[in-house]
Design a protein around this ligand. Structure first.
Ligand SMILES: O=C(O)c1ccccc1NCC(=O)[C@H](O)[C@H](O)COP(=O)(O)O
Length: 216
């Protein structure tokens, strides 16, 4: 599917709310940490909490802020604590492009979604995050989608999301060869409460899948 031109699969852990989870994710080797700044989520944090958590994140680990149709004021308030913005709502390409940080666009895989056309529309995105579609739920569904719907080549790097777990992520990498994988519910004990053992197992499974892909 996506041409495996990258040396390894990057990993983003999403929906962090606690210091100990940030520390464990960094220590384990996660590439990016996602903070949900949409108040409707069970994993939501506010700008003050974001400042506290993001201050623990060292250089070379990407701090990602997740928004659903945010006000410009919210994005501005959070931006100094973030490296990358993840737009998970109905934001237009123009809205995303006007943002004050590099950004990625989440696309929910509803029936009929034309991915090549979306990649063209969101050409300013640093990557596209492909997630499961459930009507009325902007993300964090814990559900997978049919990975074979992802075209073999797309104009943007693919971040595969939706229902990934330590048990299925290797299969997902073998099937899609995404640039990165993104997980929230699959590494949790409860919404917003990450499970250190599941985080470690997820990272291990990704490394094993990469080794298998490269023949190591
Ligand atoms: O996590 C949420 O509550 C959430 C709410 C609204 C938009 C996005 C949200 N989460 C996004 C993610 O955590 C992931 O990018 C993605 O949806 C995968 O989640 P999961 O299926 O739980 O692994």
């Amino acid at each position: 599917m996506n041409e495996p031109v990258h040396a390894r699969t990057r990993v983003k852990f999403c929906g962090l709310t606690r210091e100990e989870d940030v520390d464990a994710a960094v220590a384990g080797g996660a590439d990016a940490l996602g903070f949900v700044l949409w108040p409707g989520s069970k994993r939501a944090i506010d700008a003050e909490r974001l400042a506290e958590l993001s201050a623990r994140v060292p250089a070379f680990v990407t701090r990602v802020g997740l928004f659903v149709d945010p006000t410009p004021a919210l994005v501005t308030r959070c931006a100094e604590h973030l490296d990358l913005l993840q737009f998970h709502g109905e934001e237009s390409p123009e809205t995303c492009t006007a943002a004050v940080r590099p950004w990625i666009k989440a696309l929910r895989m509803r029936d009929g979604l034309d991915l090549p056309a979306a990649a063209e529309s969101y050409r300013g995105a640093r990557a596209l995050l492909l997630d499961a579609y459930r009507p009325g739920v902007p993300g964090g569904t814990g559900e997978t989608f049919d990975w074979s719907r992802i075209p073999a080549s797309l104009a943007k790097p693919v971040i595969l999301a939706g229902g990934l777990t330590p048990d299925n992520v290797a299969e997902a990498i073998a099937a899609v060869a995404p640039f990165a994988v993104d997980v929230s519910g699959g590494i949790e004990a409860a919404p917003g409460i990450k499970d250190a053992a599941r985080m470690a197992a997820f990272l291990r499974a990704v490394r094993q899948a990469d080794d298998a892909r490269s023949g190591a």
